[in-house]
Design a binder for this molecule. Structure first.
Ligand code: HEM
Length: 338
């Protein structure tokens, strides 16, 4: 019996280490494409400078990619007459955005290092760069100058090393995108379960949800929370209702964080403690449940949040990658190679 248990244990350990060993280090392209980090960062800097929300949109694309059969850029594939991808799945349609920014990065990368870098790795790097750039780029129009001047005013958002070596999927699954991504009306137990299904803990889930410190949501996704839920600050609900009528205006946007909408900080958790979560699923993290304690901790300790967010992003970025000879290096992120 003891030897059977031991055998099971070592098999489990082997499986774990095989799963963890799949990605390579952040220097994976250092010889084949040394300019990669600069190309991604400068193209992201331009995009975030033009529209700070783009940091949020790219971060969300990465989440929606990784949660659907791994971080394999399947979300970037366009639908065609003969191919159904993930872009039109319910959580993505009329909502996921930023595809043009990835096209721009990919074409800059292809010009420097043809057929070398996967779209999946580009997305992983772009998501990290958006987060680290969004706080440090402050835009000031210099009167008389045609160019925007960027002024480094504040420290950047959380930062982390991106492991690389992902390859691109040749398939996508609209039905998995519909079933694997949590929705705005999810309960705490549903949220925990959907992250557990991807090998992520409830702690990771609560840290990763702090991504909702930046970006915007559409009225249709928070209407029932601001009209029907009891666990909401009345003045916050009233402010949201002015932007989101009880009928119509489905696409009206509200920032997740009213106070610092484009700053990557811990105010998401301060909002939750004040019952000012925008989505029902957000407020579920602070509603007399298992995550209350962690939410309180992050609300008073921005450093703890930044550290846990970075670690959880690395784990999310390692979900079921295609490596080695699996998949391909797509030439255009929107289509599978011929
Ligand atoms: C915990 C479960 C989650 C749920 C239920 C959820 C749901 C949503 C919904 C409904 C929106 C608004 C979409 C729209 O109205 O167009 C949104 C936006 C966003 N989500 Fe999540 N999300 C979750 C977790 C995450 C995670 C783990 C990340 C990243 C690590 C993330 C990043 C974002 C960002 C940055 C936005 C704003 C996007 C933009 O402004 O374009 N979310 N999310």
């Amino acid at each position: 019996m003891a030897s059977f248990t031991l055998a099971l244990l070592s098999a489990a350990l082997l499986l774990c280490s095989a799963a963890q060993a799949q990605l390579s280090s952040s220097s994976f392209y250092s010889r084949t494409c040394p300019s990669l980090p600069n190309i991604v960062r400068s193209t992201m800097a331009q995009a975030v400078n033009k529209e700070p929300r783009m940091a949020a949109s790219i971060l969300r694309l990465f989440f929606h990619d990784c949660f659907v059969n791994g971080c394999d850029a399947s979300i970037l594939l366009d639908d065609t007459a003969t191919f159904t991808g993930e872009k039109n799945a319910f959580p993505n349609i009329n909502s996921a955005r930023g595809y043009e920014v990835l096209d721009a990065i990919k074409s800059n990368v292809e010009a420097a290092c043809p057929q070398t870098v996967s779209c999946a790795d580009i997305l992983a790097l772009a998501a990290r760069d958006g987060v680290s750039l969004v706080n440090s780029l402050n835009i000031e129009l210099n009167p008389g100058a045609k160019e925007l001047t960027w002024i480094e005013m504040q420290v950047g958002g959380p930062n982390w090393k991106v492991s690389l070596g992902r390859r691109d999927a040749t398939t996508a699954s609209q039905s998995d995108a519909n079933s694997n991504l949590p929705g705005p009306s999810s309960s705490l137990s549903q949220l925990v379960a959907s992250f557990a299904a991807k090998g992520l803990s409830a702690h990771d889930m609560t840290a990763l949800s702090g991504a909702h410190t930046i970006g915007r949501a559409q009225c249709a996704n928070f209407r029932s929370h601001i009209y029907d839920d009891a666990d909401i600050d009345p003045s916050f609900a009233a402010a949201c209702r002015r932007e989101c009528p009880s009928a119509g205006g489905d696409g009206n946007l509200a920032p997740f964080d009213l106070r610092t909408p484009d700053r990557f900080d811990n105010s998401y958790y301060q909002n939750l403690v004040a019952k000012r979560g925008l989505l029902h699923s957000d407020q579920e993290l602070f509603n007399n449940g298992t995550q209350d304690k962690l939410v309180r901790r992050y609300s008073v300790n921005g450093k703890a949040f930044a550290k846990d967010f970075a670690a959880a992003m690395m784990r999310m970025g390692a979900i079921s990658p295609l490596t080695g000879a699996s998949g391909e290096i797509r030439l255009n992120c929107r289509v599978v190679n011929k």
